[in-house]
Design a protein. Structure first.
Ligand code: TYD
Length: 138
């Protein structure tokens, strides 16, 4: 997968005087079944998360509250996605290096994942990631 496969998806939203509502359905708004959900919260100012790629896992990242940047890199080029609305989700396919940074105070990042947690699916070494990309293995 390459950077052009990474997309900000606009999710449905029902604007209402009583408060707004958004939702996401697997295989409808996103191209995968959701096997796991996790969230990042209480991230201290200046901290970064991520710093890895997945061999198989795909994700949708939503800024449920506050804002942060997701830096995506396919081994050739890099792009920064600023997320700050709860009705946008960033789709990240497998085989993309990613970092998350510039978390605002009280931000909440919700992540929908296509696989259960599997440590062996992670690539933590950037040079190894680039080599696997060059060899067409991920
Ligand atoms: P990690 O994925 O490295 O966090 P991030 O990419 O957001 O910086 O995960 C941090 C720790 O949490 C790691 O020890 C594994 C654990 N973890 C789980 O047990 N289950 C999960 O679903 C996730 C995402 C992480």
């Amino acid at each position: 997968m390459v950077l052009s496969d990474c997309k900000v998806l606009e999710l449905p939203k029902f604007l209402d005087e009583r408060g707004n509502l958004s939702f996401v359905e697997q295989l409808n708004h996103i191209p995968f079944e959701i096997k796991r959900t996790y969230w990042l919260y209480d991230v201290p100012g200046g901290e970064c998360r991520g710093g890895h790629a997945y061999k198989d896992n795909q994700e949708l990242i939503i800024a449920l509250s506050g804002s942060f940047d997701v830096v995506l890199n396919d081994g050739t080029e890099k792009k920064v996605f600023h997320l700050n609305r709860s009705y946008y989700g960033l789709y990240v396919p497998k085989g993309i290096w990613r970092e998350m940074e510039n978390f605002s105070t009280n931000s909440l990042a919700l992540v929908l994942s296509s696989t259960k947690y599997d440590e062996s699916d992670y690539i933590y070494d950037y040079d190894e990631f680039v080599k696997l990309k060059c060899d067409g293995k991920i």
